[in-house]
Design a protein around this ligand. Structure first.
Ligand SMILES: [Fe+2]
Length: 256
């Protein structure tokens, strides 16, 4: 995520100014083969290490269909289910634009995929991270509502000059959160679910801290975007994360 100051005299930017056509037909057979390789490798690596709603989303959205998903085809299933839709963007979007998109149940996905030579190194999130990591849980009704709420919180926090507060909530839940499920530690965050190296590390490393998730702790816990996290926040369940975040008002977020 980017952290920038928005000048007062800057023209108002709209989120749809950042949307580009996915140009699905322009993906090469090599691009699709890289997706298939990443998809198969990651599912095998994850086993049952992600919250079960993630796998429900993979099935519901037919993400195991070979090749990079076409955003329009994906939206034909996702939008009637939870009101979320995906749009293509050429790379990271500014934080204010990102949260404005979320507040309207729009999720930006990169219109590119990494090269085979860079399977495990990403300069910017590509469509594998965005679609494999983020989209399955957006088929879950309550999670879908939570992410929309994060969008609204983000817009309000940025307007108050406190964007880092919501960025940390987002990071420690949607991107790098862990959650228990039937007593077992599971991956919740998209950054972990889509990572070859950090998925097992987050669950199994003895060199990191894992502390109980709360909105207050998340707001006060900085994060790394250039290395594996030194600390993960663990909620009692997917439902606990959703309930905590949904209960948070913009005013409370600024007071925490
Ligand atoms: Fe992400």
């Amino acid at each position: 995520m980017l952290h920038e100051t928005i000048a007062k005299d800057q023209p108002v930017r709209r989120w749809d100014d950042y949307v580009v056509p996915q140009c699905w037909e322009s993906f090469t057979s090599e691009d699709h083969a890289v997706w298939d390789l990443l998809f198969a490798r990651q599912l095998e690596l994850l086993g049952t290490r992600v919250v079960s709603a993630f796998f429900d989303g993979i099935d519901l959205l037919k993400l195991s269909h070979p090749g990079i998903p076409d955003v329009e085809e994906l939206n034909r299933i996702l939008e009637p289910r939870t009101g979320w839709r995906t749009v293509a963007v050429p790379g990271l979007v500014p934080d204010d634009i990102f949260f404005a998109m979320l507040s309207e149940r729009v999720f930006p996905v990169g219109n590119f995929i990494r090269a085979r030579e860079q399977l495990d190194y990403l300069e910017a999130p590509d469509c594998f991270h965005d679609m494999f990591g983020h989209i399955p849980l957006l088929a879950h009704h309550d999670y879908a509502e939570m992410v929309e709420h994060v969008g609204r919180l983000g817009t309000a926090a940025i307007a108050a000059g406190e964007g880092h507060r919501v960025a940390r909530i987002y990071w420690h839940s949607v991107e790098f959160g862990l959650a228990k499920e039937r007593g077992e530690l599971k991956i919740l965050g998209a950054g972990l679910a889509s990572s070859f190296g950090e998925s097992h590390f987050s669950l199994e490393s003895t060199k990191v801290e894992r502390l109980p998730f709360s909105a207050e702790r998340a707001v006060h816990t900085p994060y790394r975007h250039d290395a594996f996290q030194p600390l993960y926040l663990v909620s009692d369940s997917l439902e606990q994360t959703i309930a905590e975040v949904l209960a948070l008002t913009s005013e409370e977020l600024l007071r925490l």
